[in-house]
Design a protein around this ligand. Sequence first.
Ligand SMILES: [Fe+2]
Length: 330
Amino acid sequence: MRYVSLENITDDMVLAQNIKDEFGRVLLTKGSKLSPQKRDKLRNFDVYGVYIDDAWSADIFIEPVVDEMLAKNTINALKEMNLDAVSDCAAEIVDKLMGADDYIHDVETIKEYDENTFEHCMNVAITAVTLGIGLGYNYYRLKNLAVGALLHDIGKQLVPIEIISKKGRLTDEEMAVVREHPTYGYKLLTKDINAFSATREIVHQHHENWDGSGYPRGLKEDDIYELAMLTHVCDVFDALISKRSYKEAFSYHTAIEILKEGSDTMFRSEMVDAFFRYVPVYHKGSQVTLTNGEDALVYKNNRGDMLEPIIKLRNGTILDLRHSELEIIS
Ligand SMILES: [Fe+2]
């Protein structure tokens, strides 16, 4: 099974999974061959890519750690702003990620309707917990992290929809309103006696930068709450690799380079280093290009060094990039 973005889909490709719309209705069934009409259908439903089965990827299997039911429950809990339900889902996400054999998870399946903030929050939570597990956080801390990461953009609900959904650049005034969303979220949660202080701080501080250039308060270095700092890295990475109404998705490689550049300015450098150690930045089954120009599939991630995964070449050769001169360039 491998991931192919919409523009690279060809007609003979066979779908490896059902494609559903945001209400769970099946648009195209697993095993069906793609055609120009089916591609149009995918485009109309804003599906950016699909998993397909072919000989090249026949020995790559992707089981999402967070199954469809849990993803749906979490998104509903967020939509309804039901904090108890969000907390239950957060605990389940932590359980699933802690119980996983390795830290590889598939976030692409819940990325198909990516314009939606809720899916973004879910991806950020999965990534944040993965990083937290890598850093050795205990269960209690992981759960707090998951709740905060799920709710990090809750304040956007108070930003006018015309601004949130505006296609194209925001004016300075509009940008100033958007920059209030961490404060709006903090205030919203202050009213709720069930919200933990960790959650509030993550929500309030998830756009603060290590060098003090962030918002809303311009906090600096260790004045920034660690779990907010962690959520910030995960939030930025997911935003970079996602398509938005105003931008195309960056490749994993470009997103990685941008995070590296943000070391010591946007992010604490140790947090970025840890991100590359524990978070599978190159998603399993995705296609990459190597320094020699060859295409390869991400075959397996190397925990401890996610920047150098094990890859599979077109001719079937399996190569561990930790022991190769070759590097991923896009
Ligand atoms: Fe945000």
